[in-house]
Design a protein around this ligand. Sequence first.
Ligand code: NDP
Length: 415
Amino acid sequence: MTGQGATSEREMRGVRRLIVLGSTGSIGTQALEVVRHLNGLHGAGASPVRYEVVGLCAGRNAGLLAEQAREFGVRECGLAGGGVIDGVRCRVGPGAAEALVREVEADVVLAAIVGVAGLPATLAAVELGRDVALANKETLVAAGALVVPAALRSGARLLPVDSEHSAAWQCLAGLPGSEEWPPMEAPSCVRRLVLTASGGPFRTWSAARAYDATPEEALAHPTWSMGSKVTIDSATLVNKGLEVVEAHWLFGLGADRIGVLIHPGSIVHAIAELSDGSAIAQLGAPDMRVPIQHALSAPLRLPGCGRALDIDSLRTFEFETPCEDRFPAIGLARRVVEAGGTSGAVFNAANEAAVDAFLRARSIRFGRIVEIVGEAMEAIAPRPVRSLADVMEADGEARAFVASRVGEGLAHRVR
Ligand code: NDP
């Protein structure tokens, strides 16, 4: 199960030790809800799997982290922003998550820290051969060239939590020639993998109106309830760009075999187009507990705690091809897949810095986010990725570039 040698007595009892990174966030709290549910099923004799939470890590929310530690009986934690929790060994500072992963034995690490801040801990988990339930897509975008080879060496499985990649995994896994667990090479019978995008809150707005959207307008996502950074990424469609790169690393597909389709209902999450002319799609209600549970219980299909799809109420599916002039983030992501090297780290870091400038400092307009990302990619040539240091150097360069551009934009400070 874990790539860590002989099956232990604990594993035979179905107990899996879990570390949750980013436990106080949107994905982290929903993951703990799934764990409560799975453990309830186990207690009722309805599931062979039970999760023992052995580590939790958060950024600043010490109050919620303490509550979670108490509820799940966790004694090993990390709190990047610093703090003390009674009865708990708490690692602090920016290296807290990585230290927790390296020091606490686990079978599965759920990676749900937002941004490249989650990279060192996720990479450590992969190197240690832990299965990684991966929500932190920024890790693969910035450092897929390190993470995927490390997973292949250690035997770690990368279990997608992102709904589109969970869907893609479910579409691909049963096909002839396919492996069961990512990272995998999509078999040659897959002509194209199509990821769907809701289109975000500005799909029907004119480009000019969307350019000046406020943070509040950009945070009002039509179908998903998520953390603030990924919600802004959904509005710019950078999220879909990040997901194109994530799909490249998880399923071994080139940019020409990954498509994007706008689907405002967020019911169909991914479609595999096959060489025989048929296509396999995965459907589900827009509820992250469904893919989280799949990551934590596959290949089993256990009663779910997420919203079930009401098939009888489905009437029409609306799809449209995204206009890449209107949503240039998708084209930028294709360039990342083609260029490789540090281009993913630049794409990701420029976006993180630009989103921060828009959301927290309110120092750039909404429409500038993707423009600045494109400018950073033009200005910073990709270099080979040999180590984490290469990734972090490119990350730092992209952030410095954005800081210089944001400074220029201060004269036009937004509402
Ligand atoms: P949130 O902003 O809701 O949560 C982020 C979590 O990361 C919080 O627990 C936060 O702690 C923690 N954190 C932040 N910085 C650090 C740090 N330096 N060290 C340790 N912990 C840190 O984000 P989401 O849950 O929405 O997203 C998490 C990841 O999942 C992202 O990569 C996102 O793209 C991906 N994802 C999210 C989806 C969603 O529906 N939300 C869907 C698919 C993917 P604290 O709050 O205590 O400061």
